[in-house]
Ligand binder design. Structure first.
Ligand SMILES: *Cc1c(COP(=O)(O)O)cnc(C)c1O
Length: 337
């Protein structure tokens, strides 16, 4: 059914901002260190623009809507070290649009002074975004909407990119990753037993789940909760997956959605020992740069599942490196690497 999924996805336009397909590479040394299964990494950190990450794949489709609407300004938001808003800022620069970002303070207690100014915060300024400091209230999209209304009142034509670029369209976009993995794993001679990745604002997992249900029916999608809110993540994955399936005119069964709890550490944005161990292993064995908020926790979850014996030794498991590289520098010395 791969060709069918490709045909459905081809009904939607993409801007070509992201470098695609991203590589699928073996992690031989990490696999050997853990004693199997065979591990692979899908390099969504290599999507290119503005230091890359998984949000560009969503933006590639979502921003067609912004251009069609004649928008002159992108409006989005996130925490100080949000990879999502940094990728929105990068896309705006490339497209020649203004970018206004609601920067949430208070969701993450800054681990050190570098948190406020380096990493993604530095890149937002480099890409020319206008930053608006707002308090975190728990509502991910309210301040973004308020900012867009203020800009519209001032005569701008804003386009709102939701928190995490998560929406039914963003989720649909992420199903393209499954198409790439299906072709790449076939060429490499394996069928993935599972695709494992960290899940937050949920459209990444939603797209993977909808795509895999159609094109890789023997592959389980396993999301690792990194928000310390597994029920909310699960509910959002189901919601966006239902929306993405509707856009693609595919059936959707929520029974296949799996969000694994217990690997987020004490809170969102706080690195803990298992995360730092996973980052260290990925760095020393595979020269992969994971971050303490997302991809490090995702790999920590995968390692814990492997150690618990979830898969046989001869299984092939794909880990998605969703990006987050710049945030490493915002945590810097606090990680004790
Ligand atoms: C946003 C993000 C995720 C999670 O993707 P969602 O679609 O929000 O679930 C994972 N890793 C990194 C590095 C991210 O920036």
């Amino acid at each position: 059914m791969l060709a069918d999924l490709e045909a459905r996805l081809a009904r939607f336009r993409r801007l070509g901002l992201a470098h695609l397909p991203t590589p699928l590479e073996p992690m031989r040394r990490l696999s050997a260190h853990l004693g199997g299964p065979r591990l692979w990494v899908k390099r969504e950190d290599c999507t290119g623009l503005g230091l890359g990450g998984n949000k560009l794949r969503k933006l590639d489709y979502v921003l067609c809507e912004a251009l069609d609407a004649g928008a002159d300004t992108l409006v989005s938001g996130g925490v100080v070290q949000s990879n999502s808003q940094r990728q929105v800022a990068a896309a705006a620069a490339r497209l020649g649009l203004d970018c206004h970002l609601a920067v949430y303070h208070g969701r993450v207690a800054p681990p050190d002074a570098a948190y406020e100014t380096s990493g993604n915060a530095l890149l937002n300024r480099l890409f020319g975004a206008t930053l608006h400091d707002v308090p975190w209230t728990g509502d991910r999209n309210a301040a973004i909407g308020d900012l867009a209304r203020r800009l519209a009142d001032a005569g701008r034509r804003p386009y709102v990119v939701p928190y995490g670029v998560s929406s039914p369209l963003g989720a649909m976009a992420y199903a393209t990753t499954v198409v790439e993995i299906a072709h790449q794993s076939a060429a490499l001679g394996f069928v993935a037993g599972a695709i494992v990745h960290c899940s937050g604002s949920a459209a990444t997992q939603a797209g993977l789940a909808v795509g895999a249900a159609r094109a890789l029916p023997d592959t389980r999608v396993v999301g690792i909760d990194i928000d310390a809110e597994p029920e909310r993540v699960h509910a959002d994955v189901v919601r966006y997956a239902r929306g993405a399936a509707a856009l693609l005119e595919l059936p959707f069964d929520p029974a296949g959605i799996e969000v694994v709890a217990g690997h987020a550490g004490p809170a969102y944005g706080v690195a803990h020992e298992a995360t730092i161990e996973a980052m260290r292993l990925a760095g020393r064995l595979e020269a992969l740069v994971l971050d303490p908020v997302y991809s490090g926790k995702g790999l920590a979850g995968l390692i814990a599942l492997i150690r618990a014996g979830r898969w046989p030794q001869d299984a092939d498991i794909v880990f998605i490196h969703t990006g987050g590289t710049p945030a490493l520098f915002a945590y810097g010395e606090t990680l004790g690497l």
